[in-house]
Design a protein around this ligand. Structure first.
Ligand SMILES: [Zn+2]
Length: 130
């Protein structure tokens, strides 16, 4: 289960501040009300306007019911590897007349983002991320 937590909108800022994540982590289990404690972290790939990063995600475990939780930074989606900012940029370029998704990818690449993402993925992000 994922618990959304506040985060900077920048991936780099999030990674830089990750060592403080336990200081701001929720401590009450949303299932049973027990106490949550740190339970290591896992990493996932994140595609952003700043580049592609291997991003740590803090895990928590409930001392009472033993359920584990991931603290999902708000800049990320639960099930898409793009940041909210990147999805918004793709949507705005696409809806704003950039036309075909290949043109959107070209625009992003020209702006310095090394976006090698397949067009089918960009369509998915543009259509299904909110
Ligand atoms: Zn619990």
């Amino acid at each position: 289960m994922q618990i959304p937590v506040e985060s900077p909108s920048s991936v780099v800022a999030y990674i830089t501040g990750f060592r403080h994540m336990l200081d701001i982590a929720p401590r009450i289990c949303p299932i049973c009300g027990g106490i949550l404690k740190g339970h290591g972290h896992r990493c996932r790939w994140v595609v952003s306007l700043e580049g592609v990063f291997w991003v740590p995600i803090q895990r928590m475990i409930c001392k009472a019911c033993r359920k584990t939780f991931s603290l999902l930074p708000r800049m990320l989606f639960a099930f898409y590897s793009c940041t909210r900012k990147l999805a918004g940029k793709i949507k705005s370029l696409w809806a704003g007349g950039a036309g075909k998704m290949a043109a959107v990818r070209h625009t992003l690449a020209a702006a310095g983002s090394s976006l090698l993402t397949p067009l089918s993925t960009l369509y998915r992000w543009a259509k299904h991320t909110d």
